[in-house]
Ligand binder design. Sequence first.
Ligand SMILES: [Mg+2]
Length: 226
Amino acid sequence: MKKIVRLAVLGATALLLPINAALAAPSSQFDKPADEPTGIGNTVGLEYSQSNEFKKLFSSAVADGRKACDQYLKDHPGASDMCIVSDLDETLLDNREHFSSIQKFDWDKFVDWVNEAKAPSLKPTANLLEWARKKGFAIFFVTGRPEELRSATIKNLVKNGIAYDGLYLRPKDDKRSAIEIKTAYRKQIEDMGFKVVVNIGDQVSDLVGGYAVDCEKLPNKIYFIN
Ligand SMILES: [Mg+2]
């Protein structure tokens, strides 16, 4: 008898949450900052990025993002308010060439690399964004790169043929955490009238803070950003 009651309650919950139930990664999963992981760094991260596990995790997160977009279009016929928020580094832009040339992270060297504007695109993400934009989704990049790297970043995106609708960078001298800055930008985007259907990034700090229906976490063992 008890079992039946419990099942009935579960059934009612499922009926109340038809949209979330279809999402692989509802944003509520990312409700707190991640602890700094151990065993990450250039050598291990670069090696890991060649593994089947990495490739599988990466492509399944992207595929889940696409499913979330499809689900939103199905649930909101005729909608025109939808967008994707995407991070850039190690989400769309592939900096492995740079990381393979250094021993440990050095900000000045990273800036030199960014100014070369030659990071290739990570194809699964580039394909997701291209597909979504054709479906009517606006594409907003929210990156921890500072404002002074805007022109180099745009140059890289243009070179890679990436179409997008907005680029948000860390304001000059803004010392807030990645979570605070990125969440504030997503709020700003939603305040303009958009619905962030998918928020995708390689760091948990890209995803915590709400203002998204679905969150997709990509693998990265090269570095961690809180
Ligand atoms: Mg990133």
